[in-house]
Ligand binder design. Structure first.
Ligand code: AMP
Length: 444
């Protein structure tokens, strides 16, 4: 640790570690003996038994550092991405701190999307399966009366998206007065989606003394401002930033101009025969138009974007997770955090301008040491984006079919790439105990 409270970890994501876990997990009845790996943290036995059953033998680098700090009650800024085991890094100690004698929300996790809320709470439910802790996900698009009933019945830990949480706070069915741990997950994404006022509102509703944990892939100035305002002497725990892409993931590109992209994609799918592929487009309109072209040729394809009903979104995710759906065309809603083992291919129908988005998208494949392939369909105007990505992830993005031919800088920049984004996010926090005006679409 240096004088700025910073800890830099040399380890990488959990993939290498996770692939050492046994393929077939033991059944509940034959819980193996306590694992020294997690036992050293002094966790309650009910969590150790569940972790052992889940096959978590050793803590990942981020877990190794953050679990003891969280248990000591420190405020933490964890710079780590999905795949690093950060859900458990945060989840294990907060579950361990829950007093099941008090039936009140004691920990609150904010996440940017409904899908992440479900996935987060599922991981917590597995870790707390042998305990009395009640975890619950609160997100928009799901029946309000059911959520109210569940809250009345009593929960200990809530994972939620900001908008719906604020609705509950306004209706009076949710009190945060006993919350002692407040977690903002994917903080960079949350701020990118313009959730800042909502986060401030919720943070202001946690009146009691509490610990704040913030997990973020990057550390933009907006997050720094938030940390100054809401955290006490935070410790920085940072995963080695050079490890941005799993070793088992291969990156390729294919030249395809806009007019032939759909056909090129179909041809690519035919040749590469993915077991499961996630196909990314840059907008909802592009998702719909591509889906329309693919559905005529592919039997097992669906699409996902934030404009769909929550029930539909959930059903699609369930089918995709269960491997019943082979191709999913999606916006960046599916880029972050989703942990779906079967995805062999990530196909970028549109190449993102932001290398971080590329890293998140492609990180949906090659999880936990499995082989995976990321293929980007590159038009002339996207050439510069892919060059920027290649530099940032420090891995060659080779022309498909030839291993040693990384993408080259375009010889001249096309005029269309000169466009500048004139929108500037306001940086001042202006909120003063007034319900924030929000756009429900931001949650997606
Ligand atoms: P996350 O970064 O939280 O999305 O976790 C990535 C994947 O690693 C998930 O499938 C977790 O179940 C798994 N995982 C997390 N911690 C461990 C661990 N200590 N050992 C094995 N697998 C883990």
């Amino acid at each position: 640790m240096n004088e700025n409270n910073e800890i830099e970890l040399t380890g990488g994501p959990v993939e290498d570690l996770a692939c050492k876990t046994e393929e077939a997990l033991p059944q509940a009845a034959e819980t193996p003996p306590l694992e020294p790996g997690f036992a050293k943290f002094g966790l309650k036995p009910e969590f150790l038994s569940a972790l052992a059953r889940m096959g978590y033998k050793e803590p990942s680098p981020i877990q190794e550092e953050t679990i003891p700090l969280i248990m000591q009650g420190k405020d933490i800024i964890g710079q780590a991405e999905t795949g690093s085991g950060k859900t458990a890094a945060c989840g294990i100690p907060i579950l361990n701190k829950i007093d099941t004698g008090k039936i009140e929300p004691q920990a609150l996790v904010l996440v940017p999307t409904r899908e992440l809320a479900v996935q987060y709470v599922e991981e917590l439910a597995r870790i707390s399966a042998d305990s009395e802790v009640r975890c619950f996900a609160i997100y928009g698009g799901f029946s309000m009366p059911v959520q109210q009933a569940k809250l009345r019945h009593g929960v200990h830990l809530i994972v939620g998206t900001p908008g719906r949480l604020i609705d509950h706070l306004y209706r009076g069915g949710l009190s945060l007065s006993s919350v002692h741990t407040f977690i903002i997950d994917e903080a960079d994404e949350m701020l990118d989606l313009g959730f800042i006022k909502d986060i401030e509102f919720i943070a202001d509703c946690i009146m009691g003394e509490h610990q704040t944990l913030l997990f973020s892939a990057t550390m933009p100035p907006t997050i720094k401002a938030l940390t100054g305002k809401y955290m006490k002497d935070p410790m920085h725990v940072q995963l080695n930033r050079s490890v941005v892409s799993p070793k088992s993931l291969k990156h390729y590109y294919l030249r395809a101009e806009e007019v032939v992209k759909a056909n090129a994609l179909l041809d690519l799918i035919k040749k590469s025969a993915p077991s499961q592929a996630l196909i990314f487009c840059k907008s909802r309109t592009r998702v719909l138009s591509l889906f329309d072209k693919l559905r005529r040729k592919l039997p097992n394809v669906d699409f996902l974007h934030g404009g769909l009903d929550q029930i539909v979104r959930q059903k699609i995710m369930e089918r995709f997770k269960a491997g019943k759906l082979q191709f999913l065309v999606a916006t960046d809603l599916a880029a972050r955090g989703l942990d779906i083992g079967g995805i062999s291919h990530v196909l970028n129908y549109d190449i993102p301008e932001n290398p971080e988005v590329y890293t998140h998208r492609t990180g949906r494949a090659a999880r936990q040491g499995r082989e995976g392939v990321a293929i980007s369909l590159m038009s002339t105007r996207e050439n510069e984006y892919l060059c920027k990505i290649q530099k940032r992830i420090r891995v060659n993005v080779n022309l498909l079919g030839s291993e040693n031919s990384p993408v080259q800088e375009p010889s001249h920049k096309p005029r269309t790439s000169q466009r500048k984004d004139h929108y500037r996010r306001p940086t001042e926090f202006t909120y003063k105990h007034k319900r924030p005006q929000r756009d429900p679409a931001k949650e997606q």
